[in-house]
Design a protein around this ligand. Structure first.
Ligand code: AMP
Length: 304
């Protein structure tokens, strides 16, 4: 059998973001779930991006991705405006409000996988409408491992579609509040138990700066976040974490529990770099050696 062109396919949103933090405001910067996720995955494996941009999309942003060796065959460019999103972070950066969402070409996005991507053994369905996630999944040929992410919006307005696609995935990731919203359970253990009954073998609950928890039917794995001495922009941290995880998992060629635990640690380390700067500014300067150095520091911190 010939090797697929990409080992990992990622679909999600591409946005031009305007972000305000208590310290700074940045306008028209590169964002979107697939942008963060592909950037993170690119440190580990050959990754294909599936998304849409408008005719106004800056060449400079495209070059950022190309320089990270992200495969752009699945990137559609459509006449019109690129999706734009604005958000503001409040005092301690743990709460964010959306200021505006202009869908632009994202409104009529129909993700189509290039022939080359359909055989990719790993698939990450990043945060877009669940009907589109299902459409992507249906174009693939028996992937070994599929991770799905979502957000409160889809839990509120498209829960039936979401349930359909979650049932077909190996792993579901959401943050604490989304897990509670989806299940109506406050306890994360009860929420995870309920989610595990909906299909996936693994449920990964993200807790922002407090790390993450991986649930299976047999056990729980706890991962602390790398302690950062200040960060600039938490936007896309969850996408970076999940993208790094899937990249590392694809590089391992495995999909068992031990490999997932290892991959989670890589995802978390890459996410810790990502939030040090806005957009992909830190990730585009990062190299694999720095990841390994921080990983070794992190392991030492966790040693019992
Ligand atoms: P996160 O911090 O994980 O919520 O991801 C932030 C990224 O999601 C930003 O870079 C936005 O461009 C993008 N985004 C914001 N709202 C949406 C939405 N409704 N659907 C898809 N992507 C979005």
């Amino acid at each position: 059998m010939t090797k697929p062109a990409v080992d990992l396919t990622i679909v999600g949103s591409i946005g031009i973001d305007t972000i305000e933090t208590p310290a700074e405001k940045r306008e028209e910067i590169l964002g979107g779930s697939v942008s963060y996720a592909c950037a993170a995955a690119s440190f580990f494996t050959h990754t294909g991006m599936v998304g849409v941009v408008g005719s106004d999309f800056p060449q400079e942003f495209r070059e950022t991705w190309s320089n990270m060796s992200i495969d752009l065959e699945g990137l559609q460019t459509v006449e019109g405006k690129t999706f734009r999103w604005g958000g503001v972070y409040h005092e301690n950066m743990d709460h964010r409000d959306t200021l505006f969402t202009d869908l632009g070409v994202f409104e009529s996005f129909s993700p189509e996988l290039p022939e080359d991507y359909r055989e990719a053994p790993y698939l990450f369905l990043g945060n877009i409408h669940p009907a589109l996630q299902l459409h992507v999944l249906e174009q693939t040929r028996n992937p070994r491992f599929v991770l799905i992410d979502t957000m409160d919006l889809w839990i509120n307005i498209a829960k039936d579609d979401l349930a359909k696609v979650i049932a077909k995935c190996h792993m579901l990731t959401l943050n604490e509040s989304e897990a509670r919203l989806y299940t109506g359970k406050h306890s994360l253990i009860e929420a995870a138990k309920q989610l595990l009954e909906t299909g996936p073998e693994y449920v990964l609950i993200k807790k922002g700066g407090n790390g993450s928890m991986l649930f299976t039917r047999e056990d729980i794995f706890l991962l602390h976040a790398y302690p950062l001495d200040g960060f600039k922009d938490p936007t896309g941290a969850g996408d970076t974490f999940a993208g790094g995880l899937m990249g590392a998992l694809a590089a391992s060629g495995k999909s068992d529990k031990e490999a997932i635990r290892q991959a989670m640690v890589y995802g978390s380390i890459v996410a810790s770099f990502g939030v040090e700067e806005f957009s992909l500014d830190r990730l585009k300067q990062l190299d694999r050696d720095e990841i390994e150095i921080r990983l070794a520091e992190f392991k030492e911190m966790c040693r019992i």
